[in-house]
Design a protein around this ligand. Structure first.
Ligand code: PEP
Length: 251
């Protein structure tokens, strides 16, 4: 079956609201090839400026995280209801920086995944091994555990709104990219795990993005792999020209 591609820019803690407005407006003008969608994930405070800049375009607005609760005494957190009111349609959850810098575990990520889906947001669930785990030969174990933990209680129907992003931690922001063949092997294994958790059909329909130092000059090779359905892009999404080079990988 033919899946679409999703190219998502995770701006992390970069860009002020006025800079976000300019970059978001530039993204609306970028041409994607057939079957490819564009998404941007600015920081929380940049969401209103970005939402205004992409109004009426085909760019999808995403958040980089959200609270595991709807509302209440959670100082410093941002709720799904707040995000929805700003026009956010998707949320990145379980990013390796959330896992490894802020100590988020699968159980917390799973609460967020379920809450986002229950409120109608799409979810990009990030998974991926550290260098140590790779060297120990535990890549599949780690990724399968994160899939199982992050998706616990997510229904078959809800899986239509879940995208998986395989992001080997050692490749994020380091300039090191998994070879297309290595990435493909993990993507295929994760698709197999989704088939075991859900069904072959759901596994075949689920987009699995690759993330980790994706650039215009390696995007096409990565996307040419049969199980790689797009990219979650950090550094290269902060520059309009390089993001355009990735979003337009097939034109
Ligand atoms: C990311 O933050 O998800 C990411 C993949 O970053 P980079 O492209 O900079 O490696």
């Amino acid at each position: 079956m033919e899946r679409s591609y999703l190219i998502a820019g995770n701006w992390k803690m970069n860009k002020t609201p006025s800079e976000a407005r300019v970059l978001a407006a530039a993204v609306t003008k970028m041409k994607c090839g057939a079957n490819t969608r564009k998404m941007i994930a600015p920081s929380f405070v940049c969401l209103p400026a970005a939402a205004e800049a992409i109004k009426g375009s085909d760019v999808i607005l995403a958040a980089q995280n959200m609270a595991a609760f709807e509302s209440g005494a959670h100082t410093g957190e941002t709720s799904v209801l707040m995000l929805k009111e700003l026009g956010v349609r998707a949320v990145i959850l379980g990013h390796s920086e959330r896992r490894h810098v802020y100590g988020e575990r699968d159980a917390l990520i799973n609460e967020k995944v379920k809450l986002a889906l229950a409120h109608g947001l799409d979810v990009i669930l990030c998974i991926g091994e550290t260098l140590k785990e790779r060297e120990q030969g535990r890549v599949n174990d780690v990724c399968f555990g994160q899939l199982e933990g992050g998706l616990a209680g997510v229904s078959m129907e809800q899986m239509a709104r879940v995208v998986i992003a395989y992001e080997p931690v050692w490749a994020i922001g380091t300039g090191k990219t998994a070879t297309p063949e290595d990435a493909q092997a993990v993507h295929a294994a994760c698709r197999g795990k989704l088939a075991a958790l859900y069904s072959k059909k759901i596994a075949e329909c689920t987009l699995i993005q690759y993330g980790g130092s994706v650039k215009p000059d390696n995007a096409a090779q990565l996307m040419a792999q049969p199980d790689i359905d797009g990219a979650l892009v950090g550094g290269a999404a902060l520059d309009a020209e390089s993001f355009a080079g990735i979003a337009g990988f097939n034109i």
